[in-house]
Structures are given as structure tokens and as C-alpha cells.
Design a protein around this ligand. Structure first.
Ligand code: PEP
Ligand code: MN
Length: 362
């Protein structure tokens, strides 16, 4: 058990916690609680009961009593929608409306991105996704077009009224991603990279935290705890499939994990059906199942010409598949008491400003 003290709590508060632990029959030692004072109970200790927990929690300067039953107090206490800016005004994630993010795995061609943003908007998406820094299994695979891709993403987002989301893979790329994107993605491979989590928490943007494909729900929530503890203005969780023994899909979409996370936190939860599926034919059924299970949004890969995509082409929807997907999602969302704001019904028309013309390195 760790008793975490509030920022600014003094040594006297820590001593009072130590004394209370000793009275309950436990040893106590001071530890580093993420830069704040904290006291850990140490052996020999009888199991500390609810009464002791309550007594410790009520002491002056105590912020939280962390143990197996309550390892992530900020994640557990998190409530309400996360607000992200969009070129058309604020967007609430985790409210009544389900959000849609469409876009390519990686931004690899300017014309294709422009067509994609237009189709995403027409289908009702509020966000445009697109990788600029890509975590690839092979060092010889396309690693993303970097900062140039972020600029194209930004311009396409502005032209079509879409917020943009892209992954920051390292502390070095955080500032560039946060400068251009309303939502910063932390990928499955980075979920457990605590230095990146700490830095991302300070980047000033809401964060989309993907679940590692080998991470338990509690490990995923602990990563979110790092972000909230570090001051992140908003955290959206994203289930994207975990590794199982099934070779027919790229990963196994863990809807049980989604439901379990929902029990443990009020943070909004997205689902990425594309990386779970690995193949486009499975994207719609997984999307619908995710919404039925309570997802607050979907992030789906698509491409103007999936055969030419430089990453994840086999799982990318073609652009004419976006609107039928959004309509099917609309029906399921309504069946579970949510809504999707289909563009044809609610979006004001946008007039794309002048086309950008900066080519990406190939
Ligand atoms: C992605 O969204 O492009 C991506 C690489 O996702 P994940 O981190 O879930 O594999
Ligand atoms: Mn991808």
C-alpha cells in the first residue's frame, strides 16, 4: 500500500501517515511518489483493512491510498467528456455523440490525403487521422514522411473542418506533433514507455492512448494514470486488439477489455477496428460490435487507393466504403442510446481553401 500525499504536503503530514501505519501494525518507509511525498507500508504487516484505509485517507495532506483495490485513483475518478478543439469549434468525446476518425495509416501522398479528408468529412467524421512518424516492425519499411506529413495533415484538417490526430513515437517528435494536431496519439508499442508518457502529459494536447497488444487492462489504465498524474488536459483510451493465438486476424479485438475498462474509469474509450482486423472485410463488423459494447468513438484506416498505401493497405477501407460504414454505425449507435452526427444531416458545408502543394519525400 502506498499513501500518496498532495503536492505541497509537508514532512509533518508524512510523519502522521507513518505513525498511523505503525499503529495499524505495519512498518512504513518514505518513497518517491512521482515527485511528491509518499509513504509505503512495509512488512511486517497484517493485511490493512478498510478501516485503516479510511483513517489514512482522512489524514491531512493525503491525496490517495493506493493498493491492489485502487491502483489508479485519477483514472478511476476521471469523469465526463474530453474536449478537443476542431477547426469548427470544440468537440466533446465521450458525450452522447460517438466520434469518427478516418484517415490513412500513414500520410504518403498529398492528393490522396486531400481526397481522403474530403470523403471523411462527407461521411460524417470529425477527425482526420494520419501517421507521420510510423512504428514499423521492419527497419526497411516506410517509416513515415515526418514533419512534412504533419503539415499536410494540418492543412487538410483546416480545409475540411476536421481535427487531426497523429502519433508521437518519441520525446523528440512530441513537440512537432503537438504543434499541428489537436489530438496526440500514443501508440500500442509506446504504451509502456514511461519517459514518453511523462513528456506527453506535458505537451498541452489531449492524448489518445492505445492499449499495448500485450498489455492487461490494468497496465493500460496505469499508463493513463501516468498521463493524468503528469497533467494531461484529457485522455482518451483506445482498444486496438491484443495478441492471441488466432492467426486469421492481425490481433483480437478485446471487447471484454473495453467493457472492463468502462467499469474502472469514466475516461472516454475509442476502438480501432483496423489494427485488430488486419483486413478490410472485418472492419465494419468490428466497428459495429465496438459501438454496441459502448465505444465512444472509432478510429478507422482508409486510403484513396489502398493498393498504393505505403503502410497497412490490406486493412484500409476504400473511400466509397466510409459513408456506408458511418450509416451502419449510426444505426447501432442509436440502438444503444447514442448518436452519430452524420455529415449530410448536421455538417455545414466547407469550402476547401487553396490546395497545398508541398510534395512529400518518397
Ligand atoms: C496506427 O494507428 O497507425 C498504429 C500504428 O496503431 P497501433 O499503435 O495501435 O499499432
Ligand atoms: Mn496502421
Amino acid at each position: 500500500m502506498i499513501v500518496l500525499l498532495r503536492a505541497g504536503a509537508d514532512v509533518a503530514a508524512a510523519r502522521a501517515v507513518e505513525a498511523a501505519l505503525q499503529r495499524a501494525g505495519a512498518g512504513a518507509r518514505r518513497v518517491n511518489g512521482g515527485g511528491r511525498l509518499a509513504v509505503e507500508s512495509v512488512a511486517p504487516h497484517a493485511p490493512l483493512g478498510d478501516e485503516t484505509r479510511a483513517r489514512l485517507a482522512a489524514l491531512d495532506g493525503v491525496e490517495a491510498v493506493l493498493d491492489g483495490a485502487e491502483p489508479n485513483p485519477r483514472v478511476r475518478a476521471a469523469r465526463g467528456p474530453v474536449e478537443i478543439a476542431t477547426p469548427l469549434g470544440p468537440l466533446e468525446i465521450g458525450g452522447a455523440a460517438v466520434a469518427l476518425a478516418f484517415g490513412p495509416c500513414s500520410v504518403d501522398d498529398e492528393d490522396d490525403l486531400w481526397k481522403t479528408a474530403s470523403a471523411a468529412r462527407a461521411a460524417g467524421a470529425q477527425l482526420l487521422r494520419g501517421g507521420a512518424f510510423k512504428p514499423r516492425t521492419s527497419p526497411y519499411a516506410f517509416q513515415g514522411a515526418g514533419a512534412g506529413a504533419l503539415r499536410l495533415l494540418r492543412r487538410a484538417g483546416d480545409a475540411f473542418g476536421l481535427a487531426v490526430v497523429s502519433e508521437a513515437m518519441s520525446e523528440a517528435s512530441l513537440d512537432a506533433v503537438a504543434a499541428e494536431c489537436e489530438l496526440v496519439q500514443l501508440g500500442a508499442r509506446s504504451m509502456a514507455c514511461t519517459p514518453l508518457l511523462k513528456a506527453a502529459a506535458r505537451c498541452g494536447r489531449p492524448l489518445l492512448l492505445k492499449r499495448g497488444f500485450g498489455a492487461t487492462v490494468d497496465e493500460w489504465l496505469a499508463a493513463a494514470e501516468y498521463l493524468l498524474d503528469g497533467g494531461a488536459p484529457g485522455v482518451i483510451l483506445c482498444e486496438r486488439g491484443i495478441r492471441t493465438f488466432e492467426p486469421g486476424t492481425r490481433a483480437t479485438l478485446d471487447l471484454g477489455g473495453l467493457a472492463l475498462a468502462r467499469l474502472r474509469t469514466g475516461l472516454p474509450i475509442f476502438v480501432d477496428p483496423s489494427h485488430a482486423a488486419g483486413t478490410r472485410a472485418l472492419v465494419e463488423p468490428l466497428s459495429l460490435a465496438a459501438l454496441a459494447a459502448g465505444a465512444d468513438g472509432l478510429i478507422v484506416e482508409c486510403h484513396a487507393d489502398p493498393g498504393r498505401a505505403r503502410s497497412d493497405g490490406p486493412q484500409a477501407l476504400a473511400l466509397d466504403e466510409l459513408e456506408p460504414l458511418a450509416r451502419a454505425c449510426h444505426r447501432v449507435a442509436r440502438a444503444v442510446g447514442r448518436e452519430i452526427k452524420l455529415c449530410s444531416v448536421t455538417c455545414p458545408p466547407t469550402t476547401p481553401s487553396r490546395r497545398p502543394s508541398s510534395a512529400l519525400p518518397r
